[in-house]
Design a binder for this molecule. Structure first.
Ligand code: NAD
Length: 265
């Protein structure tokens, strides 16, 4: 058999399952390793970051698209920006909310939801605020950084509708500044969500980290909590302090599709 790495080999009907697996082991050893880990694990947690959603059309923070007018989002997504530079804060989040119009989960999100149904994974902890895991049908999702799909008053916590925030109104109860329900830099993560993610990663025997630079504290500490195996799926090298057991270099959607095909052989 040719070991040329052509993924179409997997759909070659002339080959047996064993021959296909043998081929995959030679051409895609990390994927086969990850499949074996998934199959032998009894409790698997997936930890996702912005790179999970880039293939749905949502830029990550490291994107070179220039949408943010050369502003480092880490400087406007702060409590200080909300309180001292509200128009900049508002503009940043209005742009991010608008960017979510017509955005849908991609096949990778749906694959994770399917794996949960099949009991292959038990939970998803995510830094993403876009709600795409929930939209694709995943049930046990821990949104560590909140949601950009709902809004409240920063001062009195009154919930408001998206259009009220987008219209640049202020709170009808106290006149306070409105904001999305995301966790801003400098704010504490919601303790119930954090505790659930923490406990599930502690008990996991496999943690798969997808599409995050692992630069944001405290989420970047989560992979080190597990006594199980850890895997990183990312397009780039992550300037890492964390020694992953397996590293799969590639795009989230493509890697998940390939893993799913191998699992279904
Ligand atoms: P980040 O931008 O710092 O890092 C994203 C990582 O994903 C990078 O290492 C990048 O190389 C990688 N990546 C990009 N596209 C990929 C793909 N298709 N497949 C695999 N990897 C890919 O994002 P972060 O680590 O999640 O942390 C930054 C903060 O940004 C978080 O607090 C998060 O809440 C927020 N954020 C969320 C969204 C969202 O909800 N979709 C979007 C942007 C930023």
């Amino acid at each position: 058999m040719e070991h040329n790495g052509d993924w179409k080999t997997l759909s070659n009907e002339a080959l047996t399952k064993e021959e296909k697996l043998k081929w995959a082991k030679v051409c895609y050893p990390e994927l086969v390793q990850l499949v074996q880990l998934l199959q032998s694990s009894t409790y698997t947690v997936v930890l996702t970051g912005a790179g999970m959603s880039t293939e749905s059309g949502i830029p990550d923070f490291r994107s070179q698209s220039g949408w943010w007018k050369n502003i480092d989002p880490r400087k406007v997504a702060t409590v200080d920006a909300l309180e001292e530079h509200y128009s900049l804060f508002q503009e940043f989040y209005q742009t991010r909310v608008k960017a979510l119009e017509n955005i849908e989960p991609h096949i990778g999100h749906y694959i994770l939801a399917k794996w949960e149904k099949k009991n292959l994974i038990q939970a998803i902890a995510t830094q993403n605020v876009d709600g795409l895991h929930q939209k694709s049908g995943s049930k046990t999702v821990y949104p560590l950084h909140g949601s950009i799909r709902s809004f409240r008053c920063h001062h009195c916590d009154q919930a408001v509708k998206e259009e009220v925030f987008m219209n640049e109104d202020s709170c009808s109860i106290c006149g306070g500044k409105l904001r999305p329900n995301v966790v801003l830099f400098g704010e504490t993560l919601p303790s119930d969500v954090w505790d659930s993610a923490y406990q599930s990663i502690e008990q996991a025997d496999l943690v798969i980290v997808i599409g995050t630079s692992l630069e944001v504290y405290p989420v970047n500490e989560l992979p080190s909590l597990t006594k199980g195996k850890t895997v990183l799926v990312n397009v780039d090298e992550v300037s890492g302090f964390y020694p992953f057991d397996v590293i799969v270099k590639g795009k989230a959607k493509e890697v998940l599709e390939k893993l799913n095909e191998l699992l279904e052989l």
